[in-house]
Each structure stands twice: as structure tokens, then as C-alpha cells.
Design a protein. Structure first.
Lengths: 121, 121
């Protein structure tokens, strides 16, 4: 896939919904997360806060199945088109970008697709 | 806009072409870059390699004019819809994600829209 440039061990992953093209989330991947993602076809990330490998959906069952992968010019970012089960955002939204900035304030522009309380127990 | 979480001083910026919705690039912003971007309406970044604030287009004249801004759930990533003059990628493409990964190899899927040699002299 061309050589990746893991800056401080990580590349940035932008994740897009395959059908709509909507941006769902941004996360980070170490080399193991990239390999696991490419070999299993399911998105894996490196959690910077928990400092561990993380299969997206391991708790929520909201898996992300990889359809297409793009790599950027300098090899430190990957763009994934995925089929998203449920919602990508732990707040219950399809996308983590559910707030639009208007005149310096953020306004919610998406509706919840699941209840975080029920999914993350 | 809600409080941002500058991890090691930076948030991740995903930049999308306003009309097409195509993802153009991923870059990083420190607080000054966010403020400059919001006050001028032109994308500014923090260059991690050059360790300096950077107005996108300052050399190429390929400016990015901000149309919409979204913030993610945990405030460490911003999504910008922009009007892109010329191309976003210093390699001469509209988008930095001009390579698709196919069977472990990267294949160019976009055509150049400008000559880097002519633009970056």
C-alpha cells in the first residue's frame, strides 16, 4: 500500500460511510491496528486515552466493515469507506460530527440513532 | 463552538470540498490556527514538520475558503467544508487521497489538476 509514516507510532484514520460518503469519525491507528483492520476487514484503532488496541464495535456491536481504503500523499493518513452498523459515535449518533459551529456556538444537527445507555452498559 | 481538546496542543482537521463532499486532506491545528481560520475564513494549519503556523495557499495561492465547520463528540477533531482553489495536494491533485489501496498495493485513482513544479518554485 506504499509505506506509511507512523508519526509517534500512529497514522490518522478518517472514516466515511460507504454509501452516503458522510464522514463518521476520526481516530488513530498504530501498525497493529492497520494490520488487523486490513486482515479482518473490520476497523481497529489505537486508543490514545486507554493506550490499547480497540476493535470498533467490540462493546457496542456497531462494527465497521471496510469497503475501500485510500492513502494520502505523505502516508500519515488513511481514508476508509466502511459499512457502519448502528452508529459510529458513542453519544448515539451516526457520525461523531453531529455538531455544526454557527457564530461561535455548536448546534446539534443530527438525531440520535441509538441510546448510549442501552448500548454501553 | 464548545470546548476543544487540544491533545499535545493540536486538534485534527479533516477538510472536505464543499460542493462534492470529497475529502481533500487531513492536517493539524493548534489554537492559533483554529482562531486564524475562524476569523479570516481561510484554512490555517500547524505544520508538525516545520513547526510553524501555515496559511494553506500562502505559496501555491491554492487557498481554502471555509463554508461550514463541524466539531466531533470529544472535541479533538474538526471537519471543515471548504471551497478549494486549484488543488489541495502538493503533489498536484485535487485531494491528498489520490491513491487507493488494492490487494496491498496503492494505485493512483485521480488525475493531476496542476503541475507542482510550476506552482512550488
Amino acid at each position: 500500500m506504499g509505506s506509511l509514516d507512523f508519526k509517534e507510532g500512529l497514522v490518522t484514520a478518517v472514516v466515511r460511510e460507504f454509501k452516503s460518503g458522510d464522514v463518521l469519525m476520526v481516530a488513530h491507528m498504530n501498525e497493529e491496528a492497520v494490520l488487523k483492520t486490513l486482515t479482518t476487514g473490520l476497523m481497529h484503532y489505537w486508543s490514545r486515552s486507554r493506550r490499547k488496541l480497540w476493535l470498533k464495535g467490540e462493546q457496542s456491536r456497531h462494527f465497521q466493515r471496510v469497503r475501500d481504503v485510500f492513502v494520502d500523499c505523505d502516508g500519515d493518513a488513511l481514508l476508509f469507506d466502511v459499512e457502519q452498523t448502528g452508529g459510529a459515535c458513542h453519544d448515539g449518533y451516526r457520525s461523531c460530527f453531529y455538531r455544526k459551529v454557527k457564530r461561535g456556538k455548536s448546534v446539534r444537527v443530527l438525531k440520535k440513532v441509538f441510546s448510549p445507555k442501552k448500548v454501553y452498559r
